[in-house]
Design a protein around this ligand. Sequence first.
Ligand code: TQI
Ligand code: ZN
Length: 172
Amino acid sequence: RYSFFPGKPRWPKRKRYLTYAFVTQNNLTEEIKRVFARAFTRWSEVTPLNFTRSESLLGADIVIGFFSGEHGDGEPFDGAMGTLAHASSPPTGMLHLDSDEDWLISDGGISRRISSVTSVVDLESVVVHEIGHLLGLGHSSVEDAIMFPAISGGHRKVELAKDDIEGIQHLY
Ligand code: TQI
Ligand code: ZN
């Protein structure tokens, strides 16, 4: 079953429009930005929340970036595999991804790697999971849930399960 963080933190009721911005030093392609847009849409379809991309980092509710190793938040990334990404719980919005993963970008059936290391990790799958954390969901014990804390290498799992939807609709 779904779970929440201690104290059940969530974005405040008055905030139905959340903005997200990408850190500028990453220079992400539109193709990669579309992966994030699709992942946000999966959650906005089942909640009253709306996500819009902001060109300005200042004032953005959610800041997204790829980082390698130590990157200033006390939770360094660890190279290929191990930790893939981490996100804060509401009402802080940071989504960090480990740039040392061999991220798989699936867009319209075409898959491509953006880095050169060994095991591939599907970017959209990880982003959908991390957005769940950003919105206040903890891990789920239901194996086919997005919030289940395991995913097989190269596997794509992007559709919210009934359990994810029930969890997020309990919060929003
Ligand atoms: N990062 C962990 C995660 O997002 C960070 C974490 C560990 C965590 N314990 C936690 C977050 C407890 C909230 C509460 O789960 S990760 C997956 C998996 C990771 C793991 O890099 O290990 C996904 C990121 F395991 F589900 F596949 C994304 Cl999808
Ligand atoms: Zn998780």
